[in-house]
Write a protein that binds this ligand. Structure first.
Ligand code: SF4
Length: 148
């Protein structure tokens, strides 16, 4: 990922603040990306998109940098899509995690785009907006409770 770095502990890719400058409206705000994981979607090789922002603000959060909906270190959606294009045929699934993915107004659009690329779609949610789950019912393959 251009201009990015990878945390040795989490494997998450992030880009510095300046990379977000000039961005047009995004379907989701991305706080980071794990390029490969074997544990976030059952029995599938997957990538994880970390959505920026969470309304719960738990004091024990493992990803406190993702709580603010205006937090730093975002990837553009175009960068995420470009990454996934390079992983077609290698990865089987893409998981939207966070933060809280159902906070994102464009989650259904983003999930549909990922699905159209041939990936299974997973969702990690702590359930603050249950009605929004219906909006991605047609494209998601797994919903996994998270955090709470
Ligand atoms: S619900 Fe999860 S992501 Fe949100 S603040 Fe709590 S632990 Fe963090």
């Amino acid at each position: 990922m251009r201009g990015g770095s990878t945390s040795a502990r989490s494997g998450r890719i992030s880009v510095p603040d300046g990379a977000a400058a000039g961005r047009v409206a995004e379907p989701v705000l991305c706080g980071g990306l794990t390029a490969l994981t074997t544990i976030d979607f059952p029995d599938r090789l997957s990538a994880v998109i970390f959505c920026q922002g969470c309304p719960w603000r738990c004091p024990y959060c493992q990803n406190p940098g993702l709580i603010s909906s205006t937090g730093a270190g975002r990837l553009s959606w175009a960068e995420v899509v470009a990454f996934l294009e390079r992983r077609r045929g290698l990865l089987e699934a893409v998981v939207f995690s966070g933060g809280e993915p159902t906070l994102q107004a464009g989650l259904a659009t983003a999930a549909a785009e990922v699905k159209a690329m041939g990936f299974l779609v997973g969702l990690h949610t702590a359930g603050p907006y249950p009605r929004r789950l219906a909006g991605i019912e047609q494209v998601r393959d797994a919903v996994l409770r998270d955090c709470l």
